[in-house]
Design a protein around this ligand. Structure first.
Ligand code: SF4
Ligand code: SF4
Length: 172
């Protein structure tokens, strides 16, 4: 494992809680989760992962934690720092849909209020302004650009309401 990054804790030497069979079952029901038991820890996924030197736990370890029902997996930075490049999924000799499983884990973590504040803020900003990041006037002036164009946020809001993105956390 590498050093802890940002707000995420390090799992170096961590003692995990008892295995949770219910969590294992829930993981197996995620998209791609049905194949978790076939993982034989070859580490090919981690070997090709572009963020392997940035995360405090590797993707093959995430797969093992899921199989063992270790809910602490929801606190790992791997699920949020994953770039969704699908390299691990392409390389897995067992054909496990690893990246898709990570999407499911993000959803569970978000529902439990465990998403990093930056992600929640970005979702709120997208809903409120139609943008993930609001460019400032001086940045545009420096680049000789026109004023920030207005966006029709009502259409964006309608679309995001359909995804129920902002309601997810209220379900916890
Ligand atoms: S590549 Fe597939 S089989 Fe190998 S450790 Fe990763 S998930 Fe498991
Ligand atoms: S999809 Fe995510 S976990 Fe898989 S190799 Fe890419 S960054 Fe790593």
């Amino acid at each position: 494992m590498t050093e802890s990054w940002g707000q995420f804790k390090s799992f170096e030497g961590a003692k995990f809680k008892a295995l949770d069979a219910e969590f294992t079952k829930k993981s197996s029901q995620l998209l791609g989760g049905q194949d978790l038991t076939t993982c034989f820890q070859c580490t090919k996924c981690s070997a090709g992962c572009p963020v392997s030197d940035k995360v405090n736990i590797q993707i093959h370890e995430v797969m093992r934690m899921l199989l063992f029902g270790l809910k602490e997996v929801l606190e790992t930075d791997m699920i949020w720092l994953c770039t969704t490049c699908y390299t691990c999924q392409e390389r897995c000799p067992q054909g496990i849909d690893i990246t898709d499983i990570l999407f499911g884990l993000k959803n569970i973590a978000y529902q439990k209020g465990m998403a990093p504040s930056g992600y929640v803020g970005a979702a709120q900003s997208l809903f409120d302004t139609g943008r993930l990041y609001a460019p400032t006037e001086w940045e545009r002036e420096d680049l000789d650009l026109d004023d920030v164009p207005e966006l029709d946020v009502e259409e964006t809001k309608k679309m995001l309401k359909k995804t129920k993105l902002l309601e997810l956390q209220e379900d916890k």
